[in-house]
Design a protein around this ligand. Structure first.
Ligand code: AVJ
Length: 322
């Protein structure tokens, strides 16, 4: 396997985003993408192994059982771009299935250089795959990946793990619409989506008994301390998972135990917290079948096939750009 990385320039984006989020007058918030530094990514790996969090294992079961069937439905030859590379365990199943037909260019798109490096190691032994990773935001990376294809090649975009559900409100639909404009008719999207399920299953999945998800959430503050030299006292913020019925989303928050002030000296700012005030750190939307069909058409795709894991409730959707 051949592999290379297109790196990003170091940025002050995180400082800007943190200040903007903590300055929100109604509900303080922090972007969930910053949960995934080296520590956060390692904690997320542990979450995926927890009995309460069945999402990742459900998707892996679908791909293990149906990878050949999925690949057989794709227009080929195909170049693969993946939004958020994860560990590569799920991707490997698809790339191996593809290798029965072709050798493949694979473009993981990921803002975490550690995740990209681990992914390259994980896929090193698949001979028929050439990896060129982009350390970019999803749509910027996708534009670069799309620009590299040659006449006659189709693009397959992988967006697994129900990461789409982390876009709040209409942002997910809007994201898919923009994504579609980067594609050509006949290109495809393999979209992993967690399905609606009982609240008494969902809450433990995001508030597990070992406290791993709590650590994952609170690491966001630890990261801001590390990278921006802020002074969050981690013992004064607690993890909260709640279900927003109206939006059909699990929300993670960090709740201040007391009245307190947090300072980021490098940015010369401080933020005040009331007792019980929360920082909203992530939403994880759960999809219905009807919503998925609507979403596909609304964003310029035709649903082609769907594979459902019934015991947890997860759907892998293959959509073709109309
Ligand atoms: C990887 C973003 C899909 O929303 O379920 C897991 C992240 N957050 N536990 C999800 C997550 C808390 C996960 N995604």
């Amino acid at each position: 396997m051949q592999s290379q990385l297109v790196p990003n320039l170091p940025s002050i984006q995180i400082a800007t985003d943190v200040c903007a989020g903590l300055n929100q007058p109604q509900q303080k918030q922090l972007p969930s993408k910053y949960l995934y530094d080296a520590v956060g990514s390692a904690l997320f790996e542990v979450i995926c192994a927890l009995p309460e969090y069945g999402l990742t294992r459900a998707e892996e079961r679908i791909l293990r059982q149906h990878a050949n069937e999925i690949v057989d439905q794709l227009p080929r030859p195909v170049v693969v771009a993946e939004l958020g590379s994860g560990t590569g365990r799920k991707t490997r199943l698809l790339l191996e299935a593809l290798s029965r037909w072709q050798s493949t260019w694979y473009h993981p798109i990921e803002i975490s250089p550690t995740a990209l490096a681990e992914l390259r190691r994980e896929l090193r032994d698949i001979n028929s795959v050439s990896v060129v990773g982009f350390e970019r935001e999803y749509l910027d990376g996708l534009r670069e990946a799309a620009a590299r294809r040659v006449q006659g090649e189709h693009l397959l975009v992988l967006f697994l793990g129900s990461t789409l559900g982390n876009f709040d409100g209409d942002a997910g639909a809007e994201f898919l619409r923009v994504l579609r404009t980067i594609l050509q008719p006949g290109d495809s999207l393999l979209l992993g989506t967690d399905l609606i399920k009982p609240v008494n299953v969902l809450i433990p999945a995001y508030d597990d008994s070992l406290g791993v998800t709590a650590a994952f959430n609170r690491n966001l503050l630890a990261r801001i301390n590390r990278e921006l030299r802020a002074d969050f006292d981690l013992s004064q913020f607690e993890h909260v998972a709640l279900f927003n019925k109206e939006l059909q989303s699990v929300e993670m928050h960090l709740r201040s135990r007391t009245r307190q002030t947090v300072t980021i000296p490098d940015s010369a700012v401080s933020f005040h917290f009331e007792p019980q005030e929360t920082i909203w750190t992530e939403s994880s939307h759960k999809y219905s079948q009807e919503e998925l069909v609507r979403l596909a058409h609304h964003s310029g795709f035709t649903p082609r096939s769907q594979w459902v894991e019934p015991s947890w409730g997860f759907a892998e959707n293959l959509w073709i750009a109309a």
